[in-house]
Design a protein around this ligand. Sequence first.
Ligand SMILES: Cc1ncc(COP(=O)(O)OP(=O)(O)O)c(N)n1
Ligand code: 3NM
Ligand code: MG
Length: 204
Amino acid sequence: MKLDPFYLIVDSAEWIERLVPLGVKLIQLRIKDRPEPVLREEIRRAKAACAAADCQLIINDYWRLAIDEGCDFIHLGQEDLMAADLAAIRRVGLKLGLSTHDPSELETALAAAPDYVALGPVWPTILKEMKWAPQGVERLADWRRRVGPMSLVAIGGITAERAPLVLENGAESAAVVTDITRNPDPEARTRQWLAATAPWRSVG
Ligand SMILES: Cc1ncc(COP(=O)(O)OP(=O)(O)O)c(N)n1
Ligand SMILES: Cc1nc(C(=O)O)sc1CCOP(=O)(O)O
Ligand SMILES: [Mg+2]
């Protein structure tokens, strides 16, 4: 499995319907604190929009809903992983991405044999409070050596200008939230991301 080098993370199906038609091929639906019926409806709409554009949808946190709604890829943090039924996730063939922030989390993640590991925050992020200091691109290169050929996602403070730096330092994919969703022109910024990551994109 090869990930697209541009991994967009958004908090609604509306964002997905708006930006996926521009050519985004890898997107995470990351919604916090909404009731289950709303989450279900958001997942359904996101799934339909991604299917129409041949875009890989990844559901953050809600692995049971992802299974129920017939999704095929989830992302879990370390606490999410502790609470999850990994055997059930594997039984239905869900692909799995896991967050890591330090060597002990990486060990835990690798033991779960995920489809990718994410390392963050590479730079300071304004999206959420983080317990970890910015890792820097050197740490990313270290993660690349530690994970071998496994897919590696970089996250945290990444901009279109910084994306090539993480892709040159071992990340297969650069994940982004605020550089796009808080940009005054998210469509133009998405196009800049597509152009910045184009040299790492496989054809076909
Ligand atoms: C690609 C990617 N990497 C890391 C995260 C963070 O996951 P987690 O630590 O569970 O935190 P929340 O996103 O759930 O707040 C992610 N979502 N995606
Ligand atoms: C959701 C998330 N997880 C992170 C981690 O390090 O695990 S950093 C992060 C926020 C990413 O947002 P932005 O691109 O706006 O910095
Ligand atoms: Mg989580």
